[in-house]
Write a protein that binds this ligand. Structure first.
Ligand SMILES: [Zn+2]
Length: 286
């Protein structure tokens, strides 16, 4: 039988381990998964002005699942689930479908990726969008309980786009989101105020485009460019093909490169074929 004194000691030890284990749990590291919402097949010249024009390729559509101790984050939601398994025409319409030629299996939609890695759609606390084009904000309505993080300028541009930009915003993707919880930001924003997931304003591709800086313990600092830098060509100085404002696009590319150098990090592209193929997509970067 334990004496009173031993009993006290046992309680203290239990308390010590409980406190330490819970602080361990809190100090869990950030994990990141890179996946793709199928592929889009189009002329590379759309991404790289005057370079590789006429070359038809299949481009990945990068999305990210980021597990932070204070909440699960998704960066970009890919193409709408209704576009899956050859059913594009009935959702995007034949014009957009023949221009972008999406090839997306149902199991490549963001909810299925979340399930694959052991999460539920309802676990997602924040959905951050690089911008609201059809291949990035397609599944906004899958996350009615999340906080949606966008630049205020992007929301306004998507709801009422300039005429020449109208085609790439599919109103059906977000016409049911008026009462969603939006975190409308203007400029850079540190999501958890710990430097681990930081939104970087990179306008140019659209009026309110934003990229993401993610600090991982072992992998290092990643700059998820979104469409601010489509491919390695743009990083090397080739002007992006489709852009709202070329001058702002080039400034944003320079901004990301400067940050990449100062943090000794890496830039990950939204539609870079070779880089995407070199990455792993069945397990997390940590
Ligand atoms: Zn875009």
């Amino acid at each position: 039988m334990l004496s009173n004194r031993n009993c006290h000691l046992a309680t203290l030890l239990l308390l010590f381990f409980t406190v330490n284990f819970s602080s361990f749990a809190f100090a869990k590291d950030v994990k990141l998964y890179q996946v793709s919402s199928g592929v889009l097949k189009f002329d590379k010249g759309w991404l790289t002005a005057m370079k590789d024009v006429g070359k038809i390729l299949e481009f990945p559509v990068a999305m990210y699942i980021i597990d932070h101790p204070r909440g699960l984050v998704v960066y970009d939601t890919g193409m709408n689930v209704a576009v899956s398994d050859g059913k594009c025409d009935s959702y995007w319409g034949s014009g957009l479908c023949s221009a972008f030629l999406p090839i997306q299996r149902r199991d490549e939609v963001i909810d299925k990726w979340l399930e694959k890695f052991g999460y539920k759609v309802s676990d997602v606390k924040y959905v951050i969008y690089s911008h609201m084009h059809l291949d990035h904000a397609g599944n906004m309505e899958m996350f009615p309980d999340a906080i949606h993080v966008l630049q205020k300028a992007e929301l306004k541009a998507a709801w009422w786009p300039e005429k020449f930009q109208r085609a790439a915003f599919v109103l059906k993707d977000f016409d049911g989101t008026r009462n969603f919880n939006f975190l409308e930001i203007e400029g850079d924003f540190d999501l958890f105020n710990d430097g681990k997931i930081k939104i970087i304003e990179t306008i140019g591709h659209t009026q309110g485009h934003q990229s993401l800086m993610v600090k991982l313990k072992n992998t290092g600092t990643l700059f998820l460019a979104g469409d601010a830098i489509y491919t390695s060509d743009n990083e090397a100085g080739v002007i992006p093909g489709i852009t709202w404002n070329t001058y702002e696009s080039m400034k944003s590319i320079d901004r990301l490169k400067m940050l990449r150098d100062s943090h000794q990090g890496e830039i990950w592209y939204s539609h870079g074929i070779d880089q995407y193929n070199q990455h792993k997509h069945d397990a997390a970067y940590d």
